[in-house]
Design a protein around this ligand. Sequence first.
Ligand code: DC
Length: 231
Amino acid sequence: MAKASHPIISIAVDGPVGAGKSTLCDALAARLGILHLDTGAMYRAVGLYALDNGISSDDGPALDALMGSGAAKIGVSFEGGKQKTWLNGLDVTSRLREEAVGAAASAVSRFPSVRRELVRAQQEIAKSQSLIIDGRDIGTVVLPDAKVKIFLTATPEARARRRHAQLLAAGKDADYGTILEDLVKRDRQDQSRECDPLRPAGDAVILDTSGLDFDESLQKMLEIVESKHGI
Ligand code: DC
């Protein structure tokens, strides 16, 4: 097989919910001219399948059976640089940001059968193209050999404030206290699960964006990529 003329660049970005991974990775990918794979969307698609099909996202044996049966086929495609996430041939991208879907995703992502299947799919996608991949276990499990690993974080209060402002700007009802409570609960769930918990890889650069605005955060990420990759 012919060798690719450009080396594949893999940038692993992990961090807790609300740290701004999605928007920052989108902007970073655009600046570098590569694609951004949002792996949370794949866990959300499994959570959505569970919700739509009456499977409790706490029912490990039912989720094991689901993943073993291949009844929930998750795929991604990129159109004009934007990710679309597919569930059994349907584009479910627009449904994935619902709060209930996020909660179901966090719950189903505890189970090794779910993780095994999605990690395998993510590694397959990353084999053939340069990507920024964001998630919780990218630097530790999905791409342990990635040259650039960034752990993006911010205090729970800073993350809750941003989420609150985003919801208000979108004209939605939002209560800061509830958002903070949900976020702390989600952190606990993601960090304390036995299988591939959220934690920085030993060789990740930790970037705390609590005191930074969007442009400053993006600039810092570019500097990290440049210092590790020389691009
Ligand atoms: O990044 P997000 O909020 O869209 O992710 C939704 C949930 O999926 C999150 O609570 C934890 C889980 N997740 C994971 O366990 N591993 C990943 N690589 C990405 C997301």
